[in-house]
Structures are given as C-alpha cells and as structure tokens.
Design a protein around this ligand. Structure first.
Ligand SMILES: [Zn+2]
Length: 353
C-alpha cells in the first residue's frame, strides 16, 4: 500500500466513523426504546471498524431500555445532528457496501443483539451511562488516533520526499567531486592492479576462511546468517534516482568482509558515511557504505574474506545495513550511476546468494 493509499483509507475510515456517530444522536428524540437500537447498532458498527469489544455495553444498554423510559442516555454535549443528511449517493460502490455494513449489522450480529435485548438483567442506569460514556470516549480517542495517524502519514510522506531530494543533491555533489578526481582515481586503480600482481595478493591481515566460497576466490561481504537481503540494485523508491547497490540488512557492528582481493582506495563522499572502496586486480571495484568503523587503511592490500569494517548507519542511511556496490572495469568508484549489478558480480566470483 502506498502512502497516499494509506492516507485515503484513513480518511475513508474517519468519514465512515463520523457518519456512524450521528445515527446515535439523531434517533435520540424518538424515545429510549428506539434510542437503544441505533445506539447499539452504532456502537457495534463503530466497534466493527475499531476492533473494540462492545458486548458489555450492548448488553447493559439493551436491558436498561426496559428500566428507563425517560432518559435518552445520549450525550447532550454532542452537536445537534437532527438535520443529519442521508448517505452521500456519490460514494463509491465499495464505500457504500462498507457504509451499509456499518449501519446494518450482519445477521449474526442482529441475533446477538436480540439475545441481549431479551435478557431481563437489571442494570443500574448510572453504570450504563458510565459504560456508554467510556465506550464513546474510546471511540473518540480512536478517531483521534486515526487523525494523528493520518497527520503522521502526511508528515512521513513529506519527509520522505524531502529526504529523497536531499539525498539526490548530496549524491550529485559527491559524484561531481568524484568525476573531477577521476584522473587521480584511475591512477590509483592502475597502481592497485600492479600492486596486487607484484604482491600476489599477499596481505598481513587475517582472512576468515569460513566465509570464503569454494570457487572463484570470492566472499560474501557478510557472513551467512548475520544478515537478510534489503533493497536490491535498480530498485526505485526512497533513493535519489534508483538504488545503485545491494543492501544487506544486519545489526550495527556486524563484521564486513572483502568480497574479493583488492587494495583499499579513496573513500567516496558524504552520502556513503564511513565507506571503503576496494580496487581489484582486473580493474573492477567494490564499495562498502554506511560502516560504523573501518578495520583497514587506504593503500592496504586485503584478501577476499578479510575483515575490512563493521556494519553501521553512517551517511544518508536510515537503519543499520551495508550498502554494497560493484563498479565494472573502466568506471570510477563513487560515480554511483555507473555501477553494475552487485549480485551478478558476486555470482561471477563464485558467491551464490
Ligand atoms: Zn543501499
């Protein structure tokens, strides 16, 4: 359900509820016996949409009708709705069906109401009034919370739009910076490839062998069982233009591992928070964003499966996760709209997800 649909539904609920309440008051002048039925109907109807148990009240009000021939049991502070309009004929078929259901309880509800009315229990009038007031208060409070929910939904959606715009501006600025430095970053990649060839990928850092896959020398960036898949590559929604990587949702502090052997390069801009770029021997690169902490330094050679950092929530991130990007050969790490599909990359180095 989209935000706007949610808001529409909330509005519909509120409108329908508003129509239920006047039925209670509108019928008040016809006398207690006729008051009770609409009251009960109204309350049952309200409870149908609110999920409030109303049995006690209906039982109490039904038996009270035999006791009290003068009191209307209606809140006189409520606005006069004696000129209440009939149901708006412009309602959609769906809304009319809901309206009809609210105003006319189902057969089993009517049977239950009849049973309540036939019960000859003596009930104190004040206690009935108290119970009814409590029930009406519940209804009012629930209506209020629906209104609050609606307001929050509006705010949330407005915030989301603002955040999306902010993120887009931030990323555009960072991408522009990266493009400006593309020459230097390209040199860094060439050096990294040479270093990896000369060192044979040797590294002083510890490699967690349990994370390495059997073929291709690749590694999952997070250990199996420590994460679940988040937003995928190319997804649209709360992102600047589209989602440029794969999200791995995990607790902050979860260890992050190098997907492939590489050299730590220049980190990208502010949107990524604490981030790491690894430049691999074949000219490709991987990026690990929103980390809470680095475990390696720029220029360091790291092996596939080596601990490089920890999951965090830094930069433009809304919850602990690793945002993982893949840059094909010839692209500039940090130029986010040149990324490739990171899961396809992982599969290519023998890592199945
Ligand atoms: Zn992401």
């Amino acid at each position: 359900m989209t935000n706007s649909e949610a808001v529409r539904n909330l509005r519909n609920t509120r409108t329908l509820r508003a129509r239920v309440a006047p039925v209670v008051e509108f019928e008040a002048d016809r006398g207690p016996r006729s008051v009770v039925r609409p009251l009960v109907t109204g309350l049952v109807a309200a409870s149908l949409s609110l999920g409030v148990a109303v049995g006690v009240v209906t039982a109490a009000s039904a038996s009270a009708s035999k006791q009290d021939q003068t009191s209307s049991m209606v809140d006189r502070n409520a606005p006069d709705t004696s000129s209440a309009k009939p149901i708006d004929k412009t309602l959609s078929a769906e809304q009319q069906a809901i309206e009809a259901r609210l105003n006319k309880p189902a057969a089993q509800d009517q049977g239950a109401l009849k049973a309540f009315e036939q019960r000859g229990t003596t009930v104190n009038r004040n206690s009935v009034r108290a119970q009814l007031s409590a029930e009406l208060n519940n209804t009012t409070n629930s209506s209020r919370s629906v209104e609050l929910g609606e307001t929050n939904a509006d705010v949330t959606s407005a915030q989301a739009a603002a955040q999306q715009k902010q993120l887009q501006q931030l990323m555009d600025a960072d991408v522009a910076k990266v493009k400006k430095e593309a020459g230097r970053i390209k040199q860094e990649k060439v050096k990294a490839a040479a270093l990896l060839k000369s060192s044979g990928g040797s590294t002083t850092g510890p490699v967690d062998l349990s994370i390495l896959t059997s073929s291709g020398g690749g590694s999952l960036p997070l250990k199996a069982g420590t994460f679940h898949m988040g937003a995928g590559f190319g997804a649209t929604g709360s992102w600047a233009r589209y989602h440029t990587g794969q999200d791995f949702v995990a607790a902050c502090g979860t260890p992050v591992y190098a997907a492939s052997t590489g050299v730590v390069g220049t980190s990208v801009g502010g949107w990524a928070g604490y981030s790491l770029v690894l430049n691999h021997a074949n000219g490709t690169s991987t990026l690990y964003a929103h980390l809470s902490r680095h475990a390696v330094a720029q220029g360091q050679v790291v092996k596939a499966g080596q601990l490089i950092g920890y999951v965090g929530n830094t930069g433009r991130s809304f919850g602990c996760h690793l945002h993982f990007e893949y840059y094909p050969a010839g692209t500039t790490p940090g130029d986010v709209y040149s990324t490739g599909n990171p899961l396809a990359f992982l599969r290519a180095i023998g890592v199945g997800i």
